[in-house]
Design a protein around this ligand. Structure first.
Ligand code: EPZ
Length: 421
């Protein structure tokens, strides 16, 4: 296992190019199962989760070829419905295999995903949608067995008590593209990654109406064909670098993503007094830390404030004198970073699913433990501003979702390096 050693105190300067969106890439790696023709996916980030998903596809009999570090050629010519359980069990996003496998083969068998550090990860909405499409679902020894003689279009409400579901929307949407008849899904996720998936499916011959809205209508097809698609930039990586610039009082240009995808974050930062120059695909952020005022955020499904930036915003709150409030409405227990931030001197407490941060304290370096992908990023950001050295352990969590994170930070002036434990 690796750890990273960070010397705090440098302001980030320069330009960073955002990689392809992790949460779009995983949905698309599932979508290519919907056709037996070859698909080309470009701007795919070089991440552990991507390589993991690729091994899953290979376990299903899919042919994959890496044409260049970020371009994959994938063909699901002959596939079977039983993905390797030891792999499926380790990554929640593998649940997205259900829809395409049911569309192509009429059956799928996957372990019921367990919980994870950010909280319970049920798939009741996925299964509800698949049943509405005519599937039978049986849970035996922790494995969900799903069968469908013929998927039939239907009217499906997909909202749960936490609102919409991203991978649930992807699953039902992908199954519906190969169902007979018309499927109307209400309360779908509107995340940019779902919109990008819809664009890929449309290129593959699917007919989808309402793209980007919380209501999708899908006209089922007999067959889909191959496509060549370039993924959108990763809005969460972009937001992470934007916050990194602010907490280090730096001057960054963050390039190669649709800034519209970060509207909720930009709204909060503008209200807090951040100095930014925003164009369609680039943000320039200027040194302005001592002008920022405390903020309140509540995480919500898109276009609300993204839960995947909540941990990083706790670090920004720590830099702003007075009280900021951060409430989690998507994953109410997503606060594994709180105890680690306290070790660095952040005055943060939890009231239910709200973090209360008393900002303005000087942080001092310490040994801290990464627990999940976004909490790891938050610990890097805190290390960049803590006095002295911070060691972040178990950084394999970070490798899941940030491509060349250390190299990008070093190129911006950060003093950090990775080493074995
Ligand atoms: C996706 O997870 C992302 N992962 C997550 O990013 C992201 O945090 C999350 O959406 C919310 O935006 C991928 O896209 C691979 P959900 P997903 O289904 O689809 C509840 C990261 O750090 N729910 O939208 O698994 C659920 O418990 C990762 O990049 C049900 O109740 O999330 C949660 O409270 C972490 N029943 C809420 O809905 C269901 O059947 C949103 O979950 C499904 C979900």
């Amino acid at each position: 296992m690796d750890k990273v050693l960070i010397q705090g105190g440098t302001s980030l300067e320069g330009t960073v190019r955002v990689s392809g969106a992790k949460n779009a890439s995983l949905l698309m790696l599932a979508a290519v199962l919907l056709t037996d023709e070859p698909c080309i996916l470009r701007n795919v980030p070089n991440l552990r989760d991507v390589h993991f998903f690729i091994s899953l596809l290979q376990g299903l009999g899919v042919e994959v070829e890496l044409l260049s570090p970020n371009i994959w050629r994938i063909q699901a010519k002959k596939i079977h419905a039983n993905p390797p359980y030891d792999l499926v069990r380790q990554m929640r996003a593998s649940v997205c295999l259900m829809g395409p496998l049911l569309g192509r083969l009429g059956q799928a068998a996957l372990p019921l995903p367990g919980g994870c550090v950010i909280g319970n990860r049920p798939i009741d909405l996925h299964l509800h949608g698949l049943k509405k499409l005519g599937c039978t679902v049986e849970l035996k020894n922790g494995i969900v067995h799903i069968h469908a003689q013929q998927l039939k279009g239907n009217h499906i409400f997909l909202g749960g008590r936490f609102g919409s579901t991203v991978t649930g929307t992807a699953n039902i949407l992908m199954a519906a593209t190969l169902s007979s008849g018309i499927t109307r899904i209400e309360n779908t996720a509107c995340e940019p990654e779902i919109v990008d998936l819809c664009h890929l499916l449309t290129c593959m011959g699917a007919r989808i109406e309402g793209i980007g809205s919380p209501q999708l209508t899908i006209y089922g097809q007999q067959k889909l064909h191959g496509a060549d698609h370039t993924l959108i930039g990763d809005r969460i990586e972009a937001g992470t670098f934007l916050i990194a610039s602010l907490v280090t009082n730096g001057h960054l240009i963050i390039d190669q993503f649709h800034t519209q995808h970060l509207r909720a974050l930009l709204h909060v930062l503008e209200n807090s007094g951040a100095k930014m120059n925003i164009t369609a695909n680039q943000i320039e952020v200027f040194p302005c830390l001592n002008q920022l005022t405390p903020f309140e955020i509540t995480t919500l499904p898109y276009p609300g404030f993204p839960t995947d930036l909540q941990a990083q915003m706790c670090v920004l709150a720590a830099c702003i004198p007075d009280l900021s409030l951060l409430t989690e409405r998507v994953y109410p227990q997503r606060f594994m970073h709180v105890a680690e931030l306290q070790r660095l001197g952040v005055r943060i407490t939890l009231e239910g699913s709200t973090a209360i941060v008393q900002g303005g304290q000087r942080l001092s370096g310490a040994d801290v433990m990464a627990s999940d992908l976004r909490a790891s990023a938050a610990l890097y950001l805190a290390g960049l501003i803590a006095r002295g050295e911070t060691q972040v352990h178990r950084i394999y969590h970070l490798d899941r979702g940030y491509e060349n994170f250390e190299q990008k930070l070093q190129a911006l002036g950060a003093k950090l390096y990775r080493t074995a434990e």
